[in-house]
Ligand binder design. Structure first.
Ligand SMILES: [Fe+2]
Length: 325
């Protein structure tokens, strides 16, 4: 009911003293019923904020999602401007056009928010559509200029969360795809597969996903199901492109046949899956986790070349190393 008619919103952006072009709803525990808790156009009072804080999720109706998205984008733009003003101690007017880097920052924040929603509600078509628009924005940016790729790679956050990891992997995969001379259509396919590669993890308990340290045999078996569950969710969302589905399904295969789910060898592993696999490993190594420090790009690439050469295609890795140079 909620997933079909109402869309989850980021409640941290709702502020006291403001009125919005959309009504705000909340749902009961089973999410079978919703009620309007703030009508469109009415000013949010301090009592409303107390009510909002007690609710886990706030929603807008599908018909007003566009109004919410417009508000959300302008909120992000404002935040980036404020951040920039503080960084540079500059007096910047609100109508000053955003620099390219600022736009990339907004795009990353937008993508991070959308991916978080997608992982919370993976079967929601609207969230999937949102992720497609992120891929389009990313592809448009990488096709724009080399500077875009550099900005995107610099902006990738190094604190590990499943949703930001997915964005980082998409950014690295698109960068490598561009470096390999992929067409625009191929980049859109690769970007989508990379962004959604871990979607199946949304079906695994957070206790396993966020576990500090090695998984038990049983936990690892559960974890190994995520590429196939990712494909099931993809099919439910209407993804028909086999190259995208294969990119999701085979991103944990290794060229010596020791990977999963099918133990494919070398060239039997589809190219998108091989690219996503490399970028997945690279981002995991260069991200900070509670139990390990982040490696530098150089350290990560060196480790991949020396210790993982039986698992990954060294020729492809060499291309990645050249790209980073
Ligand atoms: Fe994965």
């Amino acid at each position: 009911m909620v997933g079909q008619e109402y869309i989850l919103i980021d409640k941290s952006v709702i502020a006291e003293g403001c009125a919005y072009d959309f009504s705000i709803f909340c749902a009961n525990k089973s999410k079978s019923k919703v009620e309007c808790i703030k009508r469109k156009g009415l000013i949010v009072q301090s009592d409303d904020i107390i009510v909002f804080d007690k609710r886990n999720d706030l929603y807008v109706s599908k018909s007003e999602h566009f109004a919410y998205k417009n508000f959300y984008k302008s909120h992000l733009y404002k935040n980036v401007r404020e951040l920039n003003k503080r960084k540079n101690h500059s007096v910047e007017r609100d109508n000053t056009p955003l620099t390219f880097t600022q736009k990339v920052e907004v795009m990353y924040q937008n993508a991070s928010k959308a991916l978080n929603e997608l992982f919370n509600n993976p079967e929601t078509l609207n969230n999937y559509n949102e992720s497609k628009s992120i891929v389009n924005e990313l592809v448009d940016s990488v096709l724009d200029s080399d500077f875009a790729i550099e900005s995107l790679m610099c902006i990738a956050t190094h604190d590990y969360y499943t949703h930001t990891h997915s964005i980082n992997v998409a950014i690295y995969a698109l960068s490598l795809g561009t470096f390999l001379g992929y067409s625009e259509e191929e980049l859109r396919e690769l970007g989508e597969a990379a962004l959604l590669h871990d979607l199946g993890k949304s079906k695994i308990s957070s206790a396993i996903i966020n576990k500090d340290g090695p998984l038990t045999k049983d936990e690892f078996e559960i974890m190994q199901r995520h590429p196939v569950s990712g494909v099931s969710i993809g099919l439910q969302l209407g993804i028909k492109n086999k190259k995208i589905l294969d990119g999701i399904k085979y991103h944990h295969e290794k060229i010596d046949g020791s990977g999963y789910p099918d133990g494919l060898y070398k060239n039997d592993i589809p190219m998108y899956a091989q690219i996503i696999c490399l970028c997945d490993i690279f981002d995991a190594l260069t991200s900070h986790r509670s139990y390990k420090k982040a490696m530098t790009s150089f350290e990560a690439l060196k480790l991949m070349k020396v210790e993982m050469n039986k698992h990954i295609d060294v020729k492809l890795l060499n291309k990645m190393i050249l790209m980073f140079r």
